[in-house]
Design a protein around this ligand. Structure first.
Ligand code: FMN
Length: 305
């Protein structure tokens, strides 16, 4: 029997599949449904200190090849998150990653302190959302200095391991990953959505999303993410959650071969619903057994050159 368990920044995950932020992650009960569907861990939707409105509908569109969203990070704020996380933790021990967001460095510190009281297993700091540029400007994850500063602030406010969520939309992604590590990050989530991009309704000649632009996810981004995860893996020593375009167990194993310790999975739910998690798990287990690999950690970063 192959073991699929992995240790990420001191937290044990029964398997490397983790629900990515923003998908089924608002309520404790939907997180619990995913936890019971066979994942190794779950991530909450991004949590703000106070309520934050999202964008107007339509906010998402799926195609066979990719998905685009401009949800705009709506959230009811930390008080509501407290109820949901408390509910989740009462019903399961499946590790929970609390994803946080803020509009200033000071607020990143405050939300880190507030979320730490709820004792999530890990804190993921979202500094890379590409579809709220109108409101917040260029994501902090696009600058080495800003990414360093936010990481340092969050680290100084908590004893819980901190993961920084990276942007793929910048040439210097390796340097930015290194500066998060230098600032004390315990792990990286690579990546948030690509873009922003646009989808057009030809008849009306208008963008389909009310926000006009949105972040691109799903199968079309996988080759880009595999390459970029591998570039970062070669340049840092902290563990990586490889996230982007993973739909199957084999996709997840490819991500691990490129250097991911955990694999984030979001848009897959649009194509296969939550049963897709169990299918992925079974595929991974079968592949390991067919290849006589006892422990999944043996494949991390084993890309041949
Ligand atoms: C509808 C939707 C909402 C998302 N919301 C968030 C969010 O609140 N916070 C965040 O850090 N990432 C968010 N993401 C990004 C995902 O967590 C993930 O990084 C990205 O979609 C790539 O993975 P995937 O191709 O498996 O979906 C969202 C993605 C989608 C599709």
């Amino acid at each position: 029997m192959a073991s699929l368990s992995v240790n990420f920044a001191g937290v044990l995950f029964q398997n490397p599949i983790v629900l990515a932020s923003g998908i089924m992650g608002i309520t404790g009960s939907s997180l619990l449904r995913v936890a019971r569907a066979g994942v190794g861990g779950v991530t909450t939707k991004s949590i703000w200190l106070t309520a934050h409105e999202g964008h107007k509908n339509p906010v998402m569109v799926g195609t066979p090849h990719y998905f685009i969203n401009a949800v705009g990070v709506p959230d009811a704020g930390i008080q509501k998150a407290k109820e949901e996380i408390t509910f989740y933790k009462k019903h399961t021990n499946v590790p929970l990653i609390a994803n946080i967001i803020a509009s200033s460095e000071i607020d990143y510190g405050l939300i880190t302190e507030a979320i730490s009281e709820l004792k999530p297993d890990l804190i993921e700091v979202n500094i890379s959302c590409p579809n709220i540029e109108d409101e917040l400007g260029k994501p902090l994850a696009c600058s080495r200095i800003k990414a360093y500063e936010v990481t340092q602030i969050c680290k100084s406010k908590t004893h819980i391991p901190v993961i920084v969520k990276m942007s793929p939309n910048v040439e210097d992604y390796v340097g930015i990953a290194q500066s998060c590590q230098d600032a004390g990050a315990d792990g990286l989530c690579c990546f948030n959505t690509f873009g922003p991009g646009m989808m057009i309704d030809l008849e009306s000649r208008m963008p389909i999303l009310a926000n006009k632009v949105g972040g691109v996810s799903g199968p079309g981004i996988k080759p880009l993410v595999l390459k970029m995860v591998n570039d970062i893996y070669k340049a840092v020593s902290i563990p990586i959650i490889g996230t982007g375009g993973v739909l199957t167990g084999k996709d997840a194993l490819e991500m691990m071969v490129c250097g991911a310790t955990l694999v984030g999975v979001g848009t897959m739910v649009y194509y296969y619903d939550i049963q897709g998690f169990e299918t992925m798990y079974q595929e991974m287990k079968e592949w390991l057994e067919t290849h006589n690999i006892q422990n999944i950690t043996e494949i991390i970063g084993t890309l041949q050159r």
